[in-house]
Design a protein around this ligand. Structure first.
Ligand code: HEC
Ligand code: HEC
Ligand code: HEC
Ligand code: HEC
Ligand code: HEC
Ligand code: HEC
Ligand code: HEC
Ligand code: HEC
Ligand code: HEC
Length: 370
């Protein structure tokens, strides 16, 4: 081989290399290649499951529709990131399918939802020690699993719009969601998707929902409400006092509850927490005639725990308010009086004692001299 032919070969080899490189770069970024391969499986499965009349009869006698709507898939967050049928139905890749052992529709859901764990192990772990899992373990087949709250083929963001969360819980807890929607918090959510008010999951958590009727949950409650009601900026926005928590903490009830929280968090104690006076899922604005703390209803609210309380009881009570000249003039003057009278007496005592000491010292010095 002459040096000339050698150089020519090197030239052509390099040129061919560059060409191959360019072609592969072109296909890597070109839209032709961006078409996700998953649509192939989807297309295959949907040749049968895209038929809205396809169904099967389960041993329980229930009819199971086998229709998977293209429209649901199009909107599912999973399709967007390229997750295909086989990711969840990993036992099925072609027809005929392996024989099923599902007695009921619920059996099928309970079997297939397990595949969520593969990619969402953190949430899966959390659900395992929730109230819902406990109910399932106790044999309640209606206790929710992932797909009851999220769906399976049409998974969409669970908190958009925000009111969707209460709709999800309402599937099974209507008796709680209805009063919640009428409450000051729920009404603000339903009306304008207000992001400042609490939804079900703000107070209960999402996947690790615990029993809200324990004493621990009860003694933690004032801090739960304070998360928003002691936030000055947030409360200013609604013209509400941000002092309710601080003043509550100083009240008899508040002190009582914090002592229990610190020392005996698991022992039930009746001293009032926020919800005993305001309600839980049915909290109303103070001015609302249905509010438990409205003037008309307040005495009855106190009487739940103080059966012998009379009207004077609520009149004398300062509630969440600092003692003030406008609202409670009598208490204001009593407080002012003691505010100056007590130091006056104390200083008087101190001066008296000092004078006594001086006097006795002077006396002793004099008697020593004489
Ligand atoms: C040729 C038509 C056909 C194709 C293609 C097909 N299926 Fe099916 N599928 C059926 C029929 C019919 C049933 C009812 C039960 C049976 O006959 O096995 C069924 C049942 C099912 C069930 C419910 C019962 C079970 O076995 O869990 C699932 C889930 C399922 N198919 C998923 C898929 C997936 C995923 C694909 C694509 C990989 C697919 N199918 C492709 C016809 C089809
Ligand atoms: C994110 C996981 C996931 C993906 C992806 C998925 N499925 Fe399912 N599928 C499930 C679950 C879970 C069930 C059990 C029913 C339930 O709980 O809603 C189910 C049930 C089914 C059933 C039984 C009928 C029914 O609706 O209950 C068929 C048929 C089925 N899937 C077919 C498909 C096909 C075809 C695809 C792809 C186009 C697909 N699935 C993609 C999770 C998935
Ligand atoms: C193969 C892995 C995989 C499987 C199996 C899977 N997911 Fe997902 N899931 C994802 C990915 C990836 C995302 C998108 C994450 C993102 O956009 O942040 C997602 C998103 C979600 C979201 C939306 C989260 C949000 O931002 O609101 C929910 C809810 C969800 N999955 C529930 C499920 C359920 C229920 C199942 C079982 C039926 C399931 N997933 C099975 C991978 C998976
Ligand atoms: C009782 C109903 C319920 C059950 C059961 C449930 N979720 Fe959720 N999930 C929700 C709600 C509601 C949200 C939105 C919470 C929020 O934004 O406050 C959510 C949020 C999510 C998110 C997005 C936020 C995040 O944490 O990443 C994913 C992913 C998710 N869930 C997956 C799952 C999986 C997987 C399971 C089953 C192991 C499951 N969920 C069980 C109601 C539920
Ligand atoms: C598919 C039905 C279903 C859905 C959806 C559901 N739950 Fe439940 N929930 C149950 C069942 C069943 C129990 C157990 C009740 C029992 O044992 O008496 C339960 C128990 C609870 C408990 C414990 C108190 C009690 O009564 O045992 C709380 C708190 C709770 N759910 C909150 C929620 C919240 C918040 C949501 C929405 C994010 C939600 N649930 C969605 C069915 C559901
Ligand atoms: C502001 C906080 C808060 C919000 C918001 C909230 N809850 Fe509760 N929830 C509580 C408290 C506190 C309890 C404990 C009640 C008790 O002591 O009996 C409770 C109790 C429960 C119980 C137990 C059963 C019962 O009758 O007491 C369920 C179920 C429940 N809530 C579901 C929900 C659902 C569903 C939503 C959304 C519509 C919701 N909660 C919104 C604080 C809240
Ligand atoms: C996530 C923040 C948040 C939490 C947690 C919260 N709230 Fe609220 N609350 C608000 C906001 C915001 C408003 C004002 C809503 C409006 O006026 O539209 C409000 C309004 C109220 C009102 C009506 C005040 C009036 O007279 O107008 C009462 C009473 C109340 N909340 C009590 C509670 C109690 C009790 C708890 C705890 C069990 C609690 N809230 C937990 C944000 C919260
Ligand atoms: C012993 C009963 C009682 C307890 C406990 C109680 N409240 Fe109140 N709350 C009232 C009464 C009565 C009013 C209306 C009159 C007033 O403002 O004092 C009120 C008013 C309010 C208001 C409206 C304030 C405004 O600016 O109009 C909010 C918000 C509130 N409470 C939140 C709470 C929170 C949060 C807790 C727990 C930390 C709590 N309350 C504990 C009785 C109570
Ligand atoms: C959930 C029950 C409950 C509710 C509702 C309740 N209290 Fe109390 N309250 C208690 C308990 C328990 C004590 C502590 C008694 C003790 O330690 O001996 C207490 C103590 C008090 C005390 C100081 C001690 C005393 O007995 O004089 C006052 C004042 C008081 N409450 C006023 C009220 C007023 C006013 C209301 C209504 C706005 C109210 N309470 C609602 C349970 C409650």
């Amino acid at each position: 081989m002459t040096p000339k032919t050698f150089h020519r070969q090197v030239f052509w080899l390099t040129a061919a290399g560059i060409l191959v490189l360019l072609i592969s770069i072109f296909f890597a970024v070109s839209p032709v290649n961006a078409k996700p391969p998953f649509q192939e499986t989807e297309k295959y499965c949907l040749t049968c499951h895209g038929d809205s009349t396809l169904s099967m009869t389960l041993p329980s006698g229930e009819t199971l529709s086998l229709y998977v709507a293209q429209d649901d898939l199009d909107h599912s967050l999973h399709s967007i990131v390229g997750i295909e049928c086989e990711a969840c139905h990993n036992n099925i890749s072609e027809y005929p399918h392996p024989k099923t052992e599902f007695e009921t529709k619920r059996d099928l859901s309970l079997a297939y939802y397990q595949t969520c764990e593969k990619c969402h192990s953190v949430n899966y772990e959390k659900t395992q020690d929730s109230m819902h899992a406990q109910a399932a373990a106790a044999g309640n087949a209606n206790a929710p699993v992932c797909t009851d709250c999220h769906g399976s083929h049409d998974v969409s963001p669970s908190n958009e719009p925000r009111s969707r969360i209460s709709v999800t819980c309402a599937k099974c807890h209507t008796e709680i969601v209805e009063p919640y929607r009428q409450s000051v918090h729920g009404a603000a959510l339903m009306k304008d998707e207000n992001p400042d008010v609490p939804v079900c999951t703000t107070c209960h958590g999402v996947h690790n929902i615990q029993d809200p009727r324990t004493n621990q949950f009860r003694v933690d409650q004032p801090e739960m409400c304070a998360g928003c009601h002691a936030d000055q900026n947030l409360m200013d926005k609604y013209g509400l006092s941000a002092d309710v928590y601080n003043i509550y903490k100083r009240s008899w009830h508040g002190v009582d509850v914090s002592v229990y929280k610190a020392k005996w968090p698991t022992i039930w104690h009746d001293s009032a927490v926020c919800s005993d006076c305001h309600g839980i899922h049915d909290i109303r604005a103070t001015g609302d005639p249905a509010s438990m703390v409205n003037k008309e209803n307040l005495l009855a609210t106190c009487q739940k725990c103080h059966p012998s309380a009379g009207p004077n009881w609520t009149d004398a009570w300062t509630g969440h308010n600092e003692i003030s000249l406008e609202r409670t003039p009598f208490l204001f003057y009593v407080e002012k009086f003691y505010g100056s009278f007590t130091p006056f007496i104390l200083w008087g005592c101190v001066i008296y004692v000092i004078l006594q000491i001086i006097r006795s010292t002077v006396d002793r010095v004099r008697s020593n001299r004489s």
